[in-house]
Design a binder for this molecule. Structure first.
Ligand code: NAP
Length: 280
């Protein structure tokens, strides 16, 4: 058996088409959704990510502003920039690209973003809203992963979902979203002793580690849904996920590829959040 692919590019294109129509409808009401992306420094990967975010916004009709700041920018100057964007009525969503240079406290910067403009969903107000089931912005990557599970029509109630990784931006919110759908959730991390045995019980595995081949064929139950959030470079410099894709595909029921999986969905969900921030 070979697993069915969950095509992130196709799903993201569908979401972008919906956002394009909703942006156009908002504009007829005099609202022009605006997104500000702040990039501090010149990290090559971050530069690629922000250029994608700006391009995606333009494609769907969202006004986007890229604020570039020097790597030597002080924390005070960055906080002042965030405050200016908080007060700018043409900007509905603010995203500060992570990671920030070491001399800047990321948590302080995230806390400075108006939660109503926090389209990354990293602010403690939005994390808390997700935890207690109140409306708010959900982090784009796990939300995109949830949409991928939804797309195959899987009812998560009573299913065992294993999330590998416990970061604030992927693992924890992913586990929370799965729990909110009444899955039985196990969160694994670097101190987990019996990862293989836990994964073998899973109906859904979400790998969000950042290490190639963390999930191998012998860890996956036949027919399981495998969502690969990881983004790594293999020895040939090619983009790959955390899952040994070729082998795991032989046992899984559904699997997401890297590239073309969670990545494009993350970008699409940022547009959804920006639209929501603008009042759609
Ligand atoms: P992170 O903050 O580095 O967290 C990685 C998590 O993996 C940690 O919780 C860590 O455990 C756990 N871990 C490390 N080694 C492990 C092992 N051998 N077994 C089990 N767990 C292990 O990373 P992140 O920001 O969550 O990102 C995870 C991956 O997703 C990265 O590859 C990142 O590039 C990718 N990503 C992709 C997108 C996208 O759009 N596709 C978006 C965001 C992130 P401890 O907590 O114990 O250290």
């Amino acid at each position: 058996m070979s697993a069915q692919l969950i095509d992130g590019n196709a799903l993201a294109a569908q979401i972008k088409a919906e956002v394009t129509a909703e942006v156009a409808a908002l504009k007829t009401r005099g609202i022009h959704p605006g997104l500000a992306v702040v990039l501090v420094g010149d990290d090559p990967a971050s530069q690629v990510y922000v250029s994608h975010k700006v391009k995606d916004s333009e494609q769907v009709g969202i006004h986007s502003v890229l604020e570039r700041m020097e790597a030597t920018t002080s924390e005070v100057a960055l906080l002042a920039k965030v405050e200016a964007l908080n007060n700018d009525p043409s900007i509905h969503g603010i995203l500060v690209q992570m990671p920030l240079p070491k001399h800047i406290d990321s948590q302080k910067v995230i806390a400075a973003i108006n939660p109503a403009k926090d389209v990354d969903g990293f602010h403690v107000v939005n994390a808390g809203a997700l935890a207690v089931g109140l409306p708010g912005f959900w982090p784009c990557t796990p939300h995109g992963a949830m949409k991928m599970i939804e797309s195959i029509g899987m009812n998560l109630r009573g299913k065992h979902a294993v999330v590998i990784g416990r970061s604030n931006i992927v693992g924890k919110p992913m586990a929370q979203m799965l729990l909110n759908q009444s899955a039985t959730v196990t969160i694994c991390h670097s101190a987990t002793l019996n990862l293989k045995e836990i994964c073998l019980c899973a109906d859904v595995i979400v790998a969000a580690v950042g290490k190639q081949n963390v999930v191998t064929k012998d860890m996956v139950k036949a027919g399981a849904v495998v969502i690969d959030v990881g983004m790594n470079r293999n020895s040939q410099g090619k983009l790959c996920g955390d899952v040994d894709f070729g082998a795991v595909r032989e046992v899984a029921g559904f699997i997401t590829p890297v590239p073309g999986g969670v990545g494009p969905m993350t970008r699409a969900l940022l547009l959804v959040n920006t639209l929501k921030a603008a009042g759609a």
